[in-house]
Design a protein around this ligand. Structure first.
Ligand SMILES: C[S@@+](CC[C@H](N)C(=O)[O-])C[C@H]1O[C@@H](n2cnc3c(N)ncnc32)[C@H](O)[C@@H]1O
Length: 211
């Protein structure tokens, strides 16, 4: 019997997302296996990405005003969203963080010289970021597991967060928007806006107070 490793990997990513959003402490159990999964996917990640998968993120970014000065792309993968954000706003500085070293290497390799002064890629864990409170005025998560306490901590008051899913609810790593709103609402976020574009969806939220 042939094993469909891609399908198994997607099911595992969905299971980890559901488990960790419900009980963040479970991340300690899943961190190693999920990192190894994405280390293995890095060389072919760009060929696996959903064509037009950035459309919902782009739609949400259109609504971000004023332009942010410092942006964090959590779970940046090969850096596609981080590089698109740097190209969109000519003054912005962008940091892309990923758990998998091979993803970070690939993102650095893809960075065009014209953007290299404003985009940096780091290996790191979104559950425990090395950045100070309120460092960013926009945090982006494209097809990425949210760690709500940490992302709320590093966003400055008045800053924003965008969550995008390339295939909407069918994305392996996706959290229902009602759940996102509830978790964010508890942490001082409001002014929610929903977007649909291509086959995906996105949510934009503004941090109005410190929780
Ligand atoms: C489904 S991929 C999405 C990559 C990219 N955002 C995109 O849309 O193409 C999820 C990425 O998040 C990374 N990741 C998962 N958990 C993470 C964590 N706790 N901290 C940082 N990166 C993480 C994985 O290594 C992987 O590169």
């Amino acid at each position: 019997m042939r094993v469909d490793r891609g399908a198994l990997g997607r099911r595992f990513a969905r299971l980890v997302t559901t488990a960790v959003v419900g009980r963040p402490a479970l991340w300690a159990l899943f961190r190693g296996p999920l990192r190894r999964q994405f280390e293995g996917l890095a060389p072919t990640w760009d060929s696996r990405r959903t064509p037009g998968g950035l459309a919902p993120l782009d739609a949400a970014l259109e609504a971000v005003s004023p332009p942010p000065a410092r942006v964090l792309d959590l779970g940046t993968g090969t850096g596609t969203a981080a590089l698109a954000i740097a190209a969109r706003w000519p003054q912005v500085e962008v940091i892309g963080v990923d758990l998998a070293a091979a993803m970070v290497e690939e993102a650095r390799r893809k960075t065009p010289p014209a953007l290299a002064a404003r985009v940096r890629f780091e290996r790191g864990d979104a559950a425990r970021l090395a950045h100070a409170d309120g460092t960013f005025d926009l945090v982006v998560l494209a097809n990425m597991i949210p760690f709500f306490d940490e992302l709320a901590r590093v966003i400055a008051p008045g800053g924003a967060a965008v969550f995008s899913s390339s295939l909407g609810a069918a994305t392996p790593i996706a959290v229902p928007q009602e759940r996102l709103r509830a978790e964010l609402g508890r942490r001082g976020f409001a002014q929610f806006a929903t977007f649909s574009a291509g086959s995906g969806t996105a949510l934009l939220a503004r941090k109005v107070t410190s929780a």
